[in-house]
Design a binder for this molecule. Structure first.
Ligand SMILES: [Ca+2]
Ligand SMILES: [Ca+2]
Ligand SMILES: [Ca+2]
Ligand SMILES: [Ca+2]
Length: 645
């Protein structure tokens, strides 16, 4: 294993490179970038010099650590053909109609105008039907009093429609909100909501009656100065049964603290004057809050080691027990800085191991501009793999988790490294057809509206990209066959996943910048499935951090319940397994956050189960497929939606 770790280091860059980079990065970014630029060729070459012609799987074999490795070689070419997948955007017909307002649509003067919003799917009223919250933004020039945009809470009507219930919910707050995440921080059985902001975040306590109360100050989450918080994750890092909170932060930004477009070396892009940053701007610092168990949190960013990590322009956070040692770790997608992997030391502290684990940079040792994240066991080897979206002129990144904190960048061999035109944000591992093998859906959009009409081969509004999992470690790009709606142009941002209509299909909700949202619904036939909602008793009530493994005729697929993914978004907390043609789930092994192992057997397919920690499935609450029919009218291809100005 030592040799594998050693290989990971050399595969990304030499130790000397890494040391020099990390030592200068926090203090002098231009110098770090100059270093990369000067040594890029050597850093890229280092991998080939060290291991000429040795594939990842062969290397694992010679070192005696065989991991079934995805391979793109022709002899292993999958015989699996993608199923028919056909998406329609049904957001408007189901009632998701509020406009997003986020910065300028033709020009962006400041970096705050470029990030955009996440999307949140959670069942706030415990009726078994996932509801939706869509954070909203603002404009530099502001809005007349009373006309400020706010986030929107949509109640699921259980009949294929949603009702905007923002006004009575207590969630109508204006300002530059970003994304959010959910967890039940007070273990009262109702999911609470954290909405991140440039300014002060809002922790909303769910009152259980359809209303929320902003308890940020009472809970001790107010910061000394305004911060630009982006992603967040509730996680019980010390396994005391109360969900703690991690917050990713981006740039230390004020309007008067940054240069204007064209005013510096980081304020031009391909010859165009554009908003400045993040390069050249001061980084913000990620934060960790410990849940005191009495409705309050303590800032433990310092004592837990979170602040010791190298600087990062943080976007999405992703909590997962990546090394399967029973304790949740945290990965952060960082923009134009090395991504961070905080490994949980089991004693309330974390050590940042992104570089040795192989997830700080891409395979070539290049720094990327990380935006969105999702995790799933796409290779069915019992570990949570990571997909990350990045800037344009780059690919998304797929990290195969080989266990014990060793990851391989398999982007190219997996077949998702061919498209470099788009700038990625929201991303989810999605099992489009319930085959049991998650594919990928990616939302895109450029940060600079100014790229339009400049002949740069890219555009401000961009299409989605969908990849089908061929079950041999490779993916097929099915975008062109999966419905024309995927090619409609939007400035897509956060993406959340959930079976909104309880019919066994998972929808993808995308918050579009300065437009109404999109809801992608697959109208093609799908296979069987099971859905599990876990209720923690000794563990945190929302069971965040639970690992659920489906074992089916010699095959294993591990999932985790997590708060925060996509791009600064929150997906349905229920665990959804595609079963293909199987009529039952033979064995489901649950590892609860507090360590209890519980095994369920022979669960009939196409049911929604509720599992209480220590007492198995609650048979009284098992439900079948809902009778809701989503009617997708056959209509002429819609014109692209007129952007909101
Ligand atoms: Ca609901
Ligand atoms: Ca609660
Ligand atoms: Ca805790
Ligand atoms: Ca761990």
């Amino acid at each position: 294993m030592a040799r594998i770790v050693e290989r990971k280091i050399t595969a990304t860059a030499s130790e000397t490179d890494l040391h020099k980079l990390t030592s200068v990065l926090c203090h002098n970014e231009p110098q770090a970038l100059a270093y990369i630029s000067a040594h890029e060729g050597r850093m890229r070459r280092s991998r080939r010099f060290l291991f000429p012609g040795i594939s990842a799987s062969a290397f694992a074999l010679v070192t005696g650590v065989f991991v079934q490795a995805p391979s793109a070689s022709t002899e292993h070419r999958s015989t699996v053909k993608p199923s028919v997948v056909h998406f329609e955007d049904i957001a408007k017909q189901v009632g998701l109609t509020a406009l997003n307002a986020y910065g300028g649509d033709k020009h962006k003067e400041f970096i705050i105008e470029s990030a955009g919003n996440g999307a949140i799917v959670f069942d706030y009223d415990n009726d078994g039907w996932p509801d939706i919250f869509l954070p909203n933004g603002s404009r530099v020039e502001g809005f007349p009093k009373g006309q400020e945009p706010t986030g929107h809470l949509y109640h699921n009507n259980q009949n294929g429609t949603f009702t905007d219930v923002t006004a009575k919910s207590g969630l109508a707050r204006a300002g530059w909100s970003q994304g959010g995440c959910v967890g039940d921080y007070d273990n009262d059985g109702y999911l609470d909501l954290l909405v991140t902001y440039w300014g002060q975040n809002s922790l909303y306590h769910n009152n259980g009656d359809g209303t929320f109360t902003d308890v940020t100050e009472k809970a001790g989450l107010t910061t000394a100065k305004p911060e630009w918080s982006t992603g967040c994750s509730f996680l019980d890092y010390d396994r005391d049964g109360s969900a703690d909170l991690f917050v990713a932060r981006y740039v230390d930004f004020r309007y008067d603290s940054v240069p204007r477009p064209g005013e510096g070396q980081w304020c031009k892009w391909k010859g165009i004057n554009v908003m400045c940053g993040p390069r050249g701007l001061k980084m913000s610092v990620n934060a960790l809050y410990h849940n005191n168990g009495d409705g309050t949190f303590a800032d433990v960013s310092e004592d837990s080691g979170i602040k010791k990590a190298p600087g990062c322009y943080g976007f999405t956070s992703l909590s997962s027990d990546f090394d399967d040692d029973g304790w949740p770790d945290i990965y952060v997608a960082c923009d134009t800085t090395a991504n961070l992997l905080y490994h949980n030391n089991h004693d309330g502290t974390f050590t940042e191991i992104g570089k040795t684990a192989g997830v700080a940079f891409n395979e070539e040792g290049s720094m990327q501009a990380g935006m969105g994240l999702s995790a799933d066991d796409f290779a069915h080897d019992g570990h949570q793999d990571i997909v990350k979206t990045n800037f344009s002129d780059d690919t998304p990144t797929l990290f195969l988790n080989r266990g014990k904190n060793v990851f391989d960048d398999v982007t190219r061999s997996a077949g998702i490294g061919r498209i470099t035109r788009w700038l990625g944000w929201g991303v989810q591992f999605v099992d489009f057809d319930n085959s049991g093998w998650p594919g990928l859906l990616i939302s895109n959009g450029h940060v600079y509206p100014e790229v339009d009409g400049k002949g740069l081969g890219t555009s401000y509004r961009q299409p989605k990209v969908a990849y089908y999992n061929l079950r041999d470690g490779t993916f097929a790009n099915i975008t062109a066959q999966a419905g024309a709606t995927l090619s409609e142009l939007h400035s897509g941002r956060g993406m959340a996943l959930g079976d909104l209509f309880n019919n066994g299909r998972e929808e993808e909700l995308v918050n579009n910048m300065n437009e109404t949202p999109s809801l992608y619904y697959n109208t093609a036939p799908v296979g069987n499935f099971i859905s599990l909602q876990l209720i923690g008793v000794k563990s945190n009530r929302a069971a965040l951090g639970a690992q659920v493994t489906l074992e089916q005729v010699g095959d294993k697929h591990q999932k985790e319940i997590r708060s925060g993914d996509g791009f600064i978004s929150q997906s349905d907390l229920r665990v959804h397994f595609g079963l293909g043609k199987a009529a039952k789930a033979a064995k489901v092994v649950i590892r609860w956050p507090n360590g209890l192992i519980e095994t369920l057997s022979d669960l009939p397919a196409n049911r929604f189960y509720i599992v209480r920690e220590g007492s198995g499935v609650d048979p009284k609450q098992t439900r079948g497929i809902s009778p809701v029919q989503i009617k997708v009218p056959v209509i002429a291809r819609r014109k692209p939606v007129e952007p909101h100005r």
